[in-house]
Design a protein around this ligand. Structure first.
Ligand code: AHG
Ligand code: MN
Ligand code: MN
Length: 331
């Protein structure tokens, strides 16, 4: 087995480039990796542990929770609290911040996370994942809602975990490129397998749930049709749609292309959530040379008005994203 740099070694090397760093971000990233390892095991053994199927409750989004949604949420919550460096945790599965200790100022990080993304694919054994975005507190922050509602460009780290044929942790920090670490199940360590990932500037496929076509406005329909009918720069695209955002995004990161979950006439805000789906992936996309917008503005400049704010999302290769903006601007 080719042994690349371990995640632990990479994190410590990043830290060494910040003289005076106290190792808090390192600690947090390694606790997220711990959670990823634990969730990976639950996912791999779900059928054996009776963890397939519904939990029997709805979450704050009004969505039926899968058993693994609840398990993954608990694991990430416990692991990040154990890191002792976070002062707020916001989960897709919980209406209010999952964790907000009294001694707000002592710890310095806020984490938004989607503990299990792609829940509809759990029961059919298709790749699912977890998504996280990390913010460092400003001295003025006091744990108020407005302190949590920040633009994604303020993230100091972001990433996702894919529980697929292998378990892959993809992340970037404020001063690193996009790095992919693969879990070696036997040792329980993540090893660098995809260093400094960059997104092809143009793709060969577009990714959208075509069954939503009747619900889009005419301009949105024209954007999707322009990719479908070869009316954008580059080759005739093919359509790929897995239905797990992180899997559709990861293919886009590696192969290029564009993923679209547009707003609809009745639901202009779209389906995906800004703070723990769109913003973390937008940081990864831009750091890899791609882009992300909501149909009107850059995702990383968007400030939510509530923790579970939804947003339309167009994310992918630089040229594909620019082409989507061109067609949208034509109206
Ligand atoms: P989650 O499982 O965290 O609720 O996310 C599901 C999201 C995302 O993973 C995916 O892109 C999208 O839902 C698929 O939605 P449709 O089934 O409406 O296409
Ligand atoms: Mn999700
Ligand atoms: Mn989820």
């Amino acid at each position: 087995m080719k042994v690349g740099m371990s995640l632990t070694a990479w994190v410590l090397r990043q830290q060494s480039q910040h003289p005076g760093a106290r190792g808090e971000l390192s600690t947090l990233l390694l606790h997220i990796a711990l959670a990823a390892r634990m969730v990976a095991q639950q996912v791999a053994e779900a059928p054996l542990r009776g963890l397939i199927g519904k939990f029997g409750k709805q979450n704050v989004q009004g969505e039926e929770q899968a058993k693994l949604d609840v398990v993954a949420d608990e694991v990430f919550l416990e692991a990040m609290m154990a890191s002792d460096v976070v002062s707020a945790l916001v989960s897709e599965e919980r209406e209010d911040p999952a964790y907000m200790p009294e001694d707000w100022g002592r710890a310095h990080y806020t984490v938004f996370y989607d503990p299990l993304d792609g829940s509809s694919n759990i029961d059919v054994n298709v790749t699912i994942g977890s998504i996280f975005g990390i913010y460092r507190h400003r001295p003025t922050d006091r744990g108020r809602l407005e302190d949590l509602l920040r633009p994604g460009r303020d993230q100091i780290a972001a990433g996702y975990v894919m529980y697929g044929s292998s378990t892959l942790l993809v992340l970037c920090t404020e001063d690193s490129g996009v790095q992919g670490f693969t879990l070696a199940p036997g040792t329980g360590e993540f090893f660098l397998t995809d260093a400094d990932m960059t997104m092809p500037k143009m793709g060969t496929c577009y990714s959208v749930n075509g069954s939503r076509t009747p619900f889009w406005d005419d301009t949105t329909r024209r954007v999707v049709e322009s990719f479908r009918d070869g009316q954008v720069q580059g080759p005739k695209r093919t359509e790929r749609y897995i239905g797990s955002l992180i899997a559709d995004f990861h293919r886009t990161l590696l192969k290029g292309g564009i993923f679209m979950y547009p707003g609809e006439v009745q639901k202009p805000e779209g389906k995906l959530r800004l703070l723990y789906e769109a913003a973390p992936l937008a940081m990864i996309a831009e750091r890899a040379g791609g882009g992300a917008h909501d149909g009107k503005m850059r995702i990383l400049d968007k400030v939510g008005e509530k923790l579970h704010e939804r947003t339309p999302l167009f994310i992918g290769s630089r040229i594909d994203v620019e082409e989507s903006q061109r067609v949208l601007a034509e109206g």
